[in-house]
Design a protein around this ligand. Sequence first.
Ligand SMILES: *Cc1c(COP(=O)(O)O)cnc(C)c1O
Length: 454
Amino acid sequence: MTSRDDRKILLSESEMPTQWYNIVPDLPAPPPPALHPGTKEPAGPADFEPLFPMALIMQEVSMDQYIDIPGEVLDVYRMWRPSPLYRARGLEKALDTPARIYYKYEGVSPAGSHKPNTAVPQAYYNKAEGVTKLTTETGAGQWGTALAFACALFDMTCEIWQVRSSYDQKPYRKAMIETFGGVIHPSPSDLTEAGRAILQANPASPGSLGIAISEAVEMAAPDPEVKYALGSVLNHVLMHQTIIGEEALLQLAKVDETPDVLVGCTGGGSNFGGLAFPFMREKMAGKMDPRVLAVEPAACPSLTKGVYAYDFGDTAGMTPLMKMHTLGHDFVPDPIHAGGLRYHGLAPVISHIYELGMMDAISINQTECFEAGVKFARTEGIVPAPEPTHALAGTIRQALEAKEAGEERVILTALCGHGHLDMAAYDRYFSGEMVDYDFPEEKVQDAMNRIPAV
Ligand SMILES: *Cc1c(COP(=O)(O)O)cnc(C)c1O
């Protein structure tokens, strides 16, 4: 029998969920639609067709509560899924907290993060519609690695634009992506109009996810055999990630626990949504009542400091307009080490849920996050990626609050990736060279002036 005092709670392959959960039909109000960037009318499936295969477009607008995971995708998932749920007994002890901390670990995947959960189905559906090549952006490199891996499995080409600051900080991502057969360029690059325009204005641009998206979209749009894949933000991406929360629900049920608080880091929102949505379904059904808490970087706080407005998903303004919390589509965040959290916006569905008052958000500076990451590594043995150190810093705050209040709080968090290829960031932290950036109020105000009027 599995008990709460075990270190890890496992599911067998036959217990793995076989459907993704779509939260949209369960919400008390529907999220606002995406708009065509030219006409500003609601975008139809045809507007997305140059970029995505029809199967994914239909998932993007689906009102089905559940979508079956194709057998071929389940078969690949079984390489690393179900992923383990750990009880962080070492961390609890170090914090001397009465809280019980659980973390769902996605670093066991081939890329080392949750990203393959959506990369694999995206490659699968593209392949089924005759696509031969996928283009994409990547920040820290987790998404690029995941998509290169997925393309290798389905015999497709993968071309990737990596944000320059991360490309320079994390050289082994390039080698890993090339190992999986991917082709990788630093962004901004001189291969695209969008990249050349940025380089002309600022040859030393550190890049941003928004710029890299513009480059990948520009390369995919004209060729029907080439499509674009996005690693976060969109409904279908978040839906693919719900396998995380569905498994965690089953795992916690095995030890008769329900969480009092869920904590996750948000870049575009996919690991957070993937963990939280199945629990929010249970909460909406009155079966549990967890507080849902997003943690974002203080240098790029789209939820806590952004505006809720229609904005572009990319810097050059090529994507449909999405209503989301945004710092402005051409805002370039400071080069914090959590490259995966340097995105100007947040998933429209999470932005909508936030507006509905169904969740909370806070922002934390990177040195507090790395302190949490080091504490975690020394007590739990896993070196976290810089992104989930934000979730861990939030988790530690929760655990200390519980201690203060003398409460047995049950905390569930997503450890969405390991940091084995991010050790340069830890080096900077230990050398004392890591800095916290003040929130760039003026830069954000300036970028917000260019959010299109709708
Ligand atoms: C990509 C990535 C993130 C940020 O993306 P989300 O869509 O917000 O999950 C966070 N952590 C890791 C490890 C990542 O690879």
